[in-house]
Design a protein around this ligand. Structure first.
Ligand code: DC
Length: 221
């Protein structure tokens, strides 16, 4: 099986780009952030203190997370319930970043992610795909963009959905999340040694996808 790993900070455009690349190559897109979000939802639902690592590790044991596909879209199933529609709130976003520092959470989800990549050709996005989950991925992309650009994208996304949004607050949250994701002890967000950096600040998702497809075609294997 072949895989493409796309890692990078929140809002760099990973999922949009990964979906285009996967569709183009006939690969399956796997969104690993959604699994951490489902875990956060589980921990919050159990009333555990997300800042207490042992409480999170305890709650994590009773989480049964799996992935299904419906009309080509990834659905996340938590304890038998499709929770996909509940994963994108700001509360879950920030809790996911907090619970994802806990080693027991990572161990459980990394195992699930590897199982998926054994069965199918995947484009998998996250923070540690190229460094930890799929160290043998055929292509590893580290996708970045300036924090201001990422905050603006998120702001426009929310406004387009008719939701209220405060751009300054979004920027502050993004910076906090970057800091937490990059400085944690376990599997911090960083470029794999053999990864290729792509800065999407001045590129559209289509342009980034085209760049990745070009790298894929020209890869040396
Ligand atoms: O990609 P996302 O915003 O949906 O991810 C939510 C959080 O999950 C993010 O703040 C960090 C964590 N995460 C992780 O630690 N490792 C991954 N492979 C994917 C996400």
């Amino acid at each position: 099986m072949s895989s493409i790993a796309i890692d990078g900070p929140a809002g760099a455009g990973k999922s949009t780009v990964a979906k285009i690349v996967a569709a183009e190559l006939g690969f399956v897109y796997v969104d690993t952030g959604a699994m951490y979000r489902a875990m956060a939802l589980h921990v919050l639902g159990r009333g555990a203190d997300i800042n207490d690592a042992s409480a999170v590790a305890g709650a994590c044991e009773s989480a049964d997370i799996s992935i299904e596909r419906k009309n080509g879209e990834q659905r996340v199933i938590l304890n038998g319930e499709d929770v996909t529609g509940r994963l994108r709130t700001e509360q879950v976003s920030s809790a996911a970043s907090v619970v994802s520092v806990v080693p027991a959470v990572r161990a459980k989800l990394v195992m699930l992610q590897r199982e998926l990549a054994v069965k199918e050709n995947v484009v998998m996005d996250g923070r540690d795909i190229g460094t930890v989950v799929l160290p043998d991925a055929a292509l590893k992309i580290f996708l970045t963009a300036d924090a201001e650009v990422r905050a603006k994208r998120r702001y426009l996304e929310l406004i387009a959905k008719g939701e209220e949004a405060d751009e300054a607050k979004i920027l502050e949250d993004i910076k906090k999340r970057d800091q937490r994701d990059m400085t944690r002890a376990e599997a911090p967000l960083k470029k794999a040694d053999d990864g290729v950096s792509v800065d999407s600040s001045d590129m559209s998702a289509k342009e980034v996808a085209a760049k990745i497809l070009e790298l894929w075609r020209n890869r040396s294997e």
